[in-house]
Design a protein around this ligand. Structure first.
Ligand SMILES: Nc1nc2c(ncn2[C@@H]2O[C@H](COP(=O)(O)OP(=O)(O)OP(=O)(O)O)[C@@H](O)[C@H]2O)c(=O)[nH]1
Ligand SMILES: [Mg+2]
Length: 426
């Protein structure tokens, strides 16, 4: 099975906690704070690997957790930072945020790295909080939680050229004739359900990757047949080799076939009909083919069409030279649509939203929530009074108190912050 889409849940490592410790040494009676910082949590990093061709590994590994940083130690020592977790994926893997549906990364090069989930920062130990005023703080910060997100990985076949055409026109026969790929070949439609890749060597030493794609039918761009699934694979091909059954074995008109397929390519979102295209007349070994080709040329004199027979291997080298020549002058194109890239930028911008929100629940309690606030809360040791006083100060600085007053909070009202509730006192 060709696996090209996997959803995965990622949680990066949590930062280690900072600790509270004091200096205790012979002859030093009131040693100051001595608790070290926690180490950073490990990030989850995706890395391109040219030796992989499927997302199979991810399929069996749907929940990935980063490693946690070590807690700080006494004597002011830092906890160890956790190692990052590397996930190897094939080239051509696009990673989407499954909640926002936006592109996070597009892995196209061997060794290319993308941090998909960032590890949490280590919490600071009490030593780090010592100031001129508070020389001996008795609290520390907990480690920051690692980022958490649901992603969707999509692998589109990275081929230089893709064989496109109606079912049973001989695409699989052609790729087996020119490469080591051995897809199933049969006289029924949709024999090929998943793309097959083959490395093609041109007699002059050049080489390229050819993809045998499942057949397209009318309405594919609207989802007919196996429609969109196939067209998506063609997006990645720099050159399209349009294969036509010139013998019309299935009773269709080769000229109509040509128009229909191009219409489907045009209607697909990236307008694939603009891709460089080589038109191939296959099955020229059959008697009906000659007459049909003659008619095709009369109707479409501007189309350069190459007659071949994939079965008897006629004119195949000519085709390979033609493809290699066209690839040589066809630039790489962006694998992500322009509007998708723009959206990535907006997404980052939205991230910087207000750090908290306040609402009143059905019991009239004030509920303060928000992602940034949650992080701060998670890093606070709520059992420690000093740590809680510090948290209260942070809330004030963020503007939570002002906002509560604006909403009409009175002395004695209950305010809830995640798992913590307190009485508001002005
Ligand atoms: N006579 C003749 N038959 C061919 C030629 N190429 C392919 N065929 C036959 O056409 C039938 C379909 O061939 P495939 O290669 O499976 O066609 P396909 O385009 O991959 O079809 P799907 O995978 O269903 O989209 C098979 O019976 C082949 O033997 C050719 O050049 N000449
Ligand atoms: Mg096939």
């Amino acid at each position: 099975m060709f696996i090209d889409e996997v959803k995965v849940e990622l949680t990066a490592g949590k930062g280690g906690n900072g600790i509270v410790a004091y200096r205790r040494e012979l002859k030093i009676e009131k040693g100051g704070p001595y608790g070290g910082n926690g180490g950073a949590g490990g990030s989850i990093i995706f890395i391109g690997d040219k030796n992989l061709s499927t997302l199979l590994d991810l399929r069996y590994n749907r929940i990935i957790k980063g490693k946690d940083g070590e807690n700080g130690r006494t004597k002011g020592m830092y906890g160890k930072c956790a190692d990052d977790t590397y996930i190897r994926v094939p080239l051509g893997t696009t990673i989407f945020d499954d909640d926002t549906k936006l592109v996070i990364a597009d892995i196209t090069r061997d060794g290319q790295e993308a941090i998909i989930c960032k590890g949490g920062r280590g919490g600071r130990g009490n030593m780090a909080f010592a100031t001129g005023i508070n020389k001996c703080p008795d609290f520390a910060e907990k480690g920051e939680p690692g980022e958490h997100r649901y992603i969707r990985c999509e692998l589109k076949v990275l081929a230089d050229c893709g064989l496109v055409g109606f079912p049973s026109v001989g695409k699989s026969t052609l790729i087996s004739a020119v490469s080591a790929a051995r897809p199933k070949i049969a006289a029924y439609h949709f024999t090929t359900l998943n793309p097959n890749l083959g490395m093609v060597e041109v007699p002059d030493g050049r080489s390229f990757v050819m993809a045998d794609l499942p057949g397209i039918i009318e309405g594919a761009s609207q989802g007919a047949g196996l429609g969109l699934q196939f067209l998506r694979h063609i997006e990645r091909c720099r050159v399209i080799v349009h294969v036509i059954d010139m013998a019309g074995v299935d009773g269709r008109d080769p000229y109509q076939d040509y128009l229909t397929i191009n219409q489907e390519l045009k209607e697909y979102k990236m307008n694939l009909s603009l891709r460089p295209q080589i038109v191939v007349a296959n099955k020229m070994d059959l008697p009906e083919a000659k007459e049909n080709l003659q008619r095709f040329k009369e109707l479409l004199p501007e189309v350069d069409i190459l007659p071949i027979s994939a079965l008897t291997k006629e004119h195949l080298n000519e085709l390979l030279y033609k493809i290699a020549d066209l690839l040589a002058v066809t630039p790489d194109f962006s694998l992500v649509e322009a509007d998708e890239i723009n959206e990535v930028v907006t997404y980052k911008f939205e991230e910087e939203e207000k750090p908290f929100k306040i609402r009143r629940d059905s019991d009239g309690l004030f509920v303060v929530e928000g992602e940034k606030l949650k992080k701060l809360f998670d890093m606070t040791n709520i059992e420690n009074d000093s740590a809680m006083r510090r948290f209260a100060r942070q809330l004030r600085t963020m503007g939570v108190d002002d906002e509560l007053r604006r909403l009409g909070v009175k002395n004695g009202d209950i305010v809830k912050i995640f798992s913590y509730a307190f009485e508001f006192i002005d």
